[in-house]
Design a protein around this ligand. Structure first.
Ligand code: ZN
Length: 192
C-alpha cells in the first residue's frame, strides 16, 4: 500500500518537475515586468507567456494565426499606449525590441539578423514529433523622459489590450529604491 502510494507520488513528481524546474515561473495569465529608471531613461522589460498575447504558444500555422502575431507585434510596438509613465515627466518611446523562440523576428517587426547562428534557426523550426512546449515573448521598451524628476509611476494597460492577462508581477528599480508590486486589471498602476 505504502509502496503504491510512493510510486504514485513519484509518477506525479515526474510529471510536475519539468514545469517546476523551468528557469522562471511560466503561468498562463501571469507575466513579469521589470522596470528600471536610470537618469532620464525608463526601461521596461516584459517576460510573458505567449498564451496571454496570442492564445497559442507555437509557430503560427495559418494565415489567421500569422495575422494575429502581426497584430500583437504592432500593438506592442505602440508601447506608449500600453505603458503610460507619469504624464508630467514628458517620456517618449524611443525603442522597442520583441523576441520569441517560436516566432520569426520579421513577423515581430524586428530587422532580420545578418548572420543568424544555426542554433537560433533550429529553435524556430518545429521538430517533427516534438511535444507541445510553452513559449514566452520577451519585450523591451525604452522611454526617454524630458522631466525625469517628475517620473513617479507607470500605468500598465496591457490588461485592456490583451484580456489574457490576469496578473503582472512587477519590480521597479530606481536610483533611490527597489520595490515590487502585483498588478491586476483593477490595480494597474505602479508607483514609486
Ligand atoms: Zn505556456
Amino acid at each position: 500500500m505504502l509502496s503504491r502510494t510512493l510510486s504514485a507520488l513519484a509518477a506525479a513528481l515526474t510529471i510536475v518537475s519539468p514545469i517546476a524546474h523551468a528557469e522562471k515561473a511560466h503561468v498562463h495569465g501571469v507575466a513579469e515586468l521589470n522596470v528600471g529608471v536610470d537618469k532620464d531613461t525608463l526601461r521596461i522589460a516584459l517576460e510573458s507567456p505567449l498564451e496571454n498575447l496570442l492564445g497559442f504558444e507555437r509557430v503560427p500555422k495559418s494565415d489567421k494565426e500569422l495575422d494575429k502575431v502581426r497584430r500583437m507585434a504592432s500593438q506592442l510596438r505602440q508601447a506608449d499606449k500600453l505603458f503610460l509613465p507619469t504624464p508630467g515627466a514628458g517620456c517618449k518611446l524611443v525603442n522597442v525590441k520583441l523576441e520569441s523562440a517560436v516566432l520569426d523576428p520579421a513577423l515581430l517587426g524586428e530587422a532580420p539578423v545578418a548572420a543568424a547562428s544555426p542554433g537560433q534557426a533550429a529553435a524556430r523550426t518545429p521538430q517533427p514529433g516534438a511535444k507541445p512546449a510553452h513559449a514566452d515573448l520577451d519585450g523591451e521598451f525604452v522611454f526617454q523622459c524630458a522631466q525625469p524628476a517628475a517620473l513617479q509611476g507607470l500605468e500598465v494597460k496591457l490588461f485592456d489590450a490583451f484580456p489574457g492577462y490576469r496578473q503582472i508581477r512587477a519590480q521597479v528599480v530606481t536610483a533611490k529604491r527597489q520595490s515590487a508590486a502585483r498588478l491586476s486589471p483593477k490595480a494597474n498602476t505602479l508607483n514609486w
